[in-house]
Design a protein around this ligand. Structure first.
Ligand code: SAM
Length: 255
C-alpha cells in the first residue's frame, strides 16, 4: 500500500483519497467524462504535453496522478518504441485508474512501469533518480506544495518538470463567465454522466475555483527551487502548461 496523510494544506480541491475513493468509482467512465466536460479540448492540451515530453531529453520519466494514462498513451503514439529504450513510470494513487491505464496501453507496449504511488510521498522512488517528471490535472486535487517538493526531490539535478493544470482566463469577465458555466454545468452533467455520483466533479470544480493563476503557480515553483520556470496558456488560459528545471549541479561539484 502507499503511504498517505490526507493533509489538504495547499490542496485547492480539499480532496483526500483516503476519505473518498471517488476516482476509483468513476474510473470506467473517466475518459468519456473528460470529453464531455471539456468539449474534447483536454485532448489538445494533453497532446501538447505529450509532445513536449516525447521531444525532451530524458532516460527515466515519471507521470504522477496519471489516471487512465492519457499522457503516456499520447507519448507512445508520438514516439512508438520509446518505452523500449527508456523507462516510463506511470503512477497514480487509484488502482482502478491504473488498471485502465494498463489495459489501454497494452497494444502499444508492455514495458511501462505501472505503480500505485501517492504523489505527496513516493518513498520507493530514489532521490535524484528521475530526469523528467510530469503531472496533468492532478495538482489541484493534491497538496501542490508537497507534490512539487516531492517532484523536486525525485528529479536529478538538471531534470525537468512539466505540469498541466487549470488556470485563469486572462480576460476577467470571460473567466467569471466560464466559472459561472462550470458552476452550473459541472454538477449537473457530472450527476447525469456519473450516474448520480457527481462528487469527483465537485472536487474538480472547487479545484478550478481555488487554483492559483499561472504567474502565481510559476512563483510557487520557483520558491520550491525550480529554475527557468516558464508557462504557456492554452484555450485562452483555461489551462496552463508549466515547465521548470531542478538546478544542475555546479560544475565544481560534478565528478
Ligand atoms: C483529474 S485526474 C487526472 C488524470 C490524468 N493525469 C489526466 O490528465 O487525465 C486526477 C488523478 O489524480 C489521482 N490522484 C488523486 N490524488 C492523488 C495522489 N495523492 N497521488 C497520486 N494520484 C492521485 C486520481 O486517482 C486521478 O486518477
Amino acid at each position: 500500500m502507499t503511504e498517505t496523510t490526507g493533509d489538504t494544506g495547499h490542496n485547492a480541491a480539499a480532496f483526500s483519497p483516503q476519505h473518498d475513493d471517488v476516482f476509483g468509482r468513476i474510473a470506467g467512465r473517466y475518459d468519456v467524462l473528460c470529453d464531455v466536460f471539456s468539449f474534447c479540448l483536454h485532448r489538445r492540451w494533453k497532446r501538447r504535453v505529450a509532445h513536449m515530453i516525447a521531444d525532451a531529453r530524458w532516460e527515466r520519466m515519471l507521470d504522477a496522478a496519471a489516471g487512465t494514462g492519457h499522457i503516456v498513451r499520447r507519448i507512445l503514439t508520438r514516439s512508438p518504441g520509446i518505452a523500449d529504450a527508456r523507462q516510463i513510470i506511470v503512477s497514480d494513487i487509484s488502482l482502478p485508474m491504473l488498471a485502465i491505464a494498463r489495459c489501454k496501453t497494452e497494444h502499444l507496449t508492455r514495458k511501462l512501469d505501472i505503480r500505485q504511488l501517492d504523489a505527496h510521498n513516493m518513498p520507493s522512488i530514489e532521490s535524484g533518480s528521475i530526469d523528467l517528471y510530469s503531472i496533468s490535472l492532478g495538482l489541484k486535487i493534491c497538496d501542490r506544495t508537497r507534490v512539487l517538493t516531492e517532484a523536486f526531490r525525485v528529479l536529478q539535478p538538471g531534470g525537468e518538470i512539466i505540469t498541466l493544470e487549470a488556470s485563469t482566463i486572462t480576460l476577467p469577465w470571460l473567466h467569471t463567465l466560464y466559472l459561472a458555466y462550470m458552476d452550473f454545468c459541472m454538477p449537473l452533467i457530472g450527476r447525469l454522466a456519473a450516474k448520480g455520483d457527481a462528487s469527483a466533479y465537485l472536487y474538480l470544480l472547487k479545484g478550478v475555483h481555488d487554483f492559483p493563476c499561472a504567474d502565481d503557480l510559476a512563483q510557487e515553483m520557483r520558491e520550491i527551487g525550480f529554475e527557468h520556470v516558464t508557462f504557456e496558456r492554452m484555450s485562452l488560459g483555461i489551462v496552463a502548461i508549466h515547465r521548470g528545471r531542478k538546478p544542475a549541479r555546479p560544475a565544481h561539484a560534478r565528478d
